[in-house]
Design a protein around this ligand. Structure first.
Ligand SMILES: [Zn+2]
Length: 497
């Protein structure tokens, strides 16, 4: 029997405290395609819709494609993007049914200018169209803030199990397998979600070390194998800078039928997340500490490959602006040699450098333009060593096969530091962000990346050492100054210890 399945990807991690709006243009700059244009658009890309396509081929589904849309994290999604992308899913639900099932790829931490819980709203509106009986499977980022509304309208909840997120295809495949069993009538999934009074925990979901997240993921895998009633355990570290009542870590258990024991499993896992909430595997260095440690390691001279420094708090992948100069200023003042820095997002400076051309000596006010509280623009004089269109195909495990568009881009060499100055904000996860501009990070002594954790997928294998610098930009670990107004209180770590 051929099942007709509605599918789509609409993903965004919305930082409620970013002043940058997220319009349809931001999706166009990253990933956007509709209907039957989707397969060509995602050809070769290791992302969730490719897993849906694989599953559809295996199970012989009649797949109704709606949209694939992804943008770099930034402020709440504007109406043009919501109307277009959610609209594509809802329009197809209305006009192309009936469906045997739904498999939608979401992030789980999207807000729009109208909805704090955008995925909950989308699922509610979708459910109103398709009715209560069509099974709905959703895939989520491991940093989803899973709400009761999302849980009410989704039957199967399935998140990534890796951070860096390198299991996107597998996540779609796992959700598809349960959906297929559901459509065949073998199981009747019901999802429950548990949370505690915390907005942090599970080591922010990192899976590159032994920690509470990997402990729970291992238990989840064992439980799914041992207990046929447990169809899926989905563990979410949450996304902190969300102005959402229910933000924070959650565990969702998709059980076969409605049974209190599934709720008890979710509760027990979340009790463990609460008990281990203080665990953090990172050591966060200030700018001064980072510079001190860099000089110590450089003088030491042992080890192969570059020292990789993460500019943690200005990670565009969590909605930070990508133009903070707090770390860059310190590194330039200390006159590092054979170093590269990627990227500063500054379209004005990029335009000036590009028009000056390769070989030109130029003075620009670099970075610090979105919010000078995170470092004022730096007046720097240097040489343009390379001009590019900012386009490369990612080869690292995080975004393999996805084409990134940094926009007009220049390499600006100031002293011994090559700074990649880009026009579009993209988290630096890929070696190709450097190599496409003629910089081989393997040959540098110091490589600085604006990323929290995803850089590890491509850079850890070549790094001699990794340092994490929290310079105090928008995504700093110190969340005490974020102006939460709708988050439930009291909550850890703002009110509770
Ligand atoms: Zn994530």
């Amino acid at each position: 029997m051929t099942f007709r399945v509605l599918t789509g990807l609409f993903g965004h991690e919305s930082n409620a405290f970013s002043k940058l709006p997220t319009s349809l243009l931001n999706f166009e700059n990253y990933l956007l395609a509709f209907g039957d244009d989707v397969p060509a658009k995602i050809e070769g890309a290791k992302i969730e819709p490719a897993g849906v396509e694989e599953a559809a081929a295996e199970y012989g589904w009649d797949l109704v494609r709606t949209v694939v849309a992804w943008a770099t994290p930034s402020g709440p999604v504007a109406r043009d993007a919501w109307d277009t992308c959610a609209g594509a899913i809802l329009e197809a639900a209305m006009s192309k049914g009936p469906f045997d099932g739904v498999l939608i790829n979401l992030h789980g931490a999207m807000a729009t200018v109208d909805y704090d819980d955008a995925e909950g709203e989308l699922l509610k509106q979708l459910r109103a169209v398709i009715g209560p009986d069509v099974p709905v499977a959703i895939t989520l980022d491991l940093h989803a803030n899973v709400t009761d509304l999302m849980t009410e309208h989704a039957d199967i909840i399935c998140a990534y199990r890796t951070y860096p997120h390198i299991d996107q295809i597998e996540t779609s495949r796992r959700a598809a397998a349960v959906l297929q069993r559901t459509m065949k009538g073998e199981v009747k999934p019901v999802a429950v979600t548990a949370r505690r009074d915390t907005i942090e925990g599970l080591d922010d979901g990192r899976t590159t070390t032994d920690n509470p997240m990997t402990t729970l993921l291992n238990r989840a895998t064992d439980l799914e194998l041992a207990d046929p009633g447990v169809l899926m355990v989905s563990i979410h570290a949450g996304f902190t800078p969300a102005n959402l009542y229910e933000a924070g870590p959650t565990v969702s258990v998709t059980g076969d039928g409605s049974d209190d024991r599934f709720r008890a499993i979710a509760d027990e896992y979340m009790d463990y997340a609460w008990e281990t909430r203080h665990f953090d595997s990172n050591t966060y260095l200030s700018v001064d500490e980072t510079i001190g440690e860099l000089h110590r390691l450089l003088a030491d001279g042992t080890g192969k490959g570059p020292i990789v420094v993460a500019d943690f708090s200005d990670n565009p992948g969590s909605g930070a602006y990508g133009d903070s100069t707090l770390l860059l200023e310190g590194l330039i003042q200390t006159d590092l040699q054979n170093a590269c820095f990627g990227t500063i997002c500054d379209a004005d400076s990029a335009a000036k450098l590009v028009s000056a051309g390769e070989g030109a000596t130029v003075t620009v006010n670099l970075g610090g333009k979105t919010d000078p509280a995170f470092g004022a623009p730096l007046e720097l004089t240097g040489t343009v060593t390379r001009v590019t269109d900012g386009t490369y195909v990612a080869q690292g495990p995080r975004w393999k096969g996805v084409t990134h568009h940094l926009g007009p881009t220049a390499v600006f060499k100031v002293g011994g530091m090559e700074i990649v100055v880009a026009s579009n904000r993209i988290q630096l996860t890929e070696v190709e962000a450097f190599t496409h501009a003629g910089i081989d990070p393997r040959e540098r002594d110091v490589v600085v990346v604006k990323s929290m954790q995803h850089f590890r997928a491509a850079f850890a294998p070549l790094a001699r050492e990794i340092l994490i610098c929290d310079a105090g930009a928008l995504s700093t670990k110190d969340i005490s100054k974020l102006p939460f107004t709708r988050l439930r209180r009291p909550i850890f770590p703002l009110d509770l210890d």
